[in-house]
Design a protein around this ligand. Structure first.
Ligand SMILES: Nc1ncnc2c1ncn2[C@@H]1O[C@H](COP(=O)(O)OP(=O)(O)OP(=O)(O)O)[C@@H](O)[C@H]1O
Ligand SMILES: CC(C)(CO)[C@@H](O)C(=O)NCCC(=O)O
Ligand SMILES: [K+]
Length: 259
């Protein structure tokens, strides 16, 4: 079985692929201090709770936090007796190389989203990921990542307001009833919610103008659903996009190794 690990700046997602489907998806806060032993105890407890008796024989990792990769490598070698495939490392090949400025390192999550989006929808695609940052990945007709947009994430924007303005409380994001807030919380919710609707609309419009062609827009990440309701922003919302891309990249590299 294949263990797919998607490590973001806030959360890390583990998912087990049995060759046909993902059996389970579990989420843990990202923390570079967590040891391989801690990961293993957590993982095996969840497997036992779900009555899963699986043998993991391969691991694929995408990490936007370079420091956590060390302990995840130890996890793979100590407990699963394998060398993990790490997206972004030279030994991990992609079906199509990204076309960006020389010396630029593209976030591995964005490369993975590109591969997954292209597999499901083909090229001329914009993948919007609502994570710690809100990213837009632009996929060319041949499946290459050719650039995109990095905007502050929704929760990050809310935290920044609370942290920097003495009178502004911590607020959870939600869709407000009206744009005109009649109390502080409603004002903040309006600013962030309608602000992000406008941000997505504006960025997509601008990318389409620049590319001068129709571009499909798909969304992923925990908050995609919130922005999906009632608005025509996305052609589809796919929560499993990153994990799907990890599996594809693993299969692609395995195919090359055995070819
Ligand atoms: N309605 C909601 N209100 C507030 N937060 C939400 C809501 N729905 C989902 N979330 C948050 O979205 C997050 C899941 O999103 P996702 O995994 O895409 O990004 P992340 O973990 O925040 O960032 P990263 O992937 O960069 O670590 C969860 O942390 C969850 O708390
Ligand atoms: C933008 C984030 C933080 C989104 O997770 C990540 O993809 C990243 O750290 N990227 C590196 C820079 C880039 O993608 O151009
Ligand atoms: K993510």
């Amino acid at each position: 079985m294949l263990l797919c690990i998607d490590c973001g700046n806030t959360n890390t997602v583990f998912s087990i692929w049995n060759g046909t489907e993902f059996l389970s998806t579990w989420r843990i806060e990202t923390n570079h201090k967590r040891t391989a032993d801690e990961y293993y105890v957590w993982l095996t407890s969840l497997m036992m709770l779900h009555d899963m008796k699986v043998r993991i024989g391969a691991v694929v990792i995408s990490s936007t936090v370079p420091r956590v990769v060390f302990n995840l490598r130890v996890l793979a070698s100590r407990y699963f007796d394998c060398r993990p495939l790490v997206v972004g490392k030279p030994e991990c090949l992609l079906p199509v190389a990204p076309r960006v400025d020389i010396g630029t390192t593209v976030g591995p999550d964005r490369l993975v989203n590109t591969v997954a989006g292209f597999d499901r929808h083909g090229g001329d695609l914009i993948v919007v990921d609502f994570g710690t940052a809100t990213t837009f990945d632009v996929v060319a007709p041949d499946g290459a990542y050719i650039g995109g947009v990095i905007a502050p994430g929704v929760n990050l924007s809310l935290e920044a307001l609370h942290a920097s303005a003495a009178a502004l409380p911590h607020v959870d994001v939600t869709m407000p009833e009206k744009a005109v807030g009649t109390n502080t919380v409603a004002c903040i919710q309006s600013g962030v919610f309608w602000g992000y609707i406008g941000l997505v609309e504006g960025i997509v419009r601008q990318i389409r103008l620049e590319r001068a062609r129709p571009m499909k827009v798909i969304a992923t990440g925990g908050l995609a659903e919130l922005f999906e309701q009632g608005f025509d922003l996305f052609d589809s919302v796919e929560y499993d996009l990153t994990i799907h891309g990890l599996r594809l990249i693993h299969d692609y590299n395995k195919g090359l190794a055995t070819a």
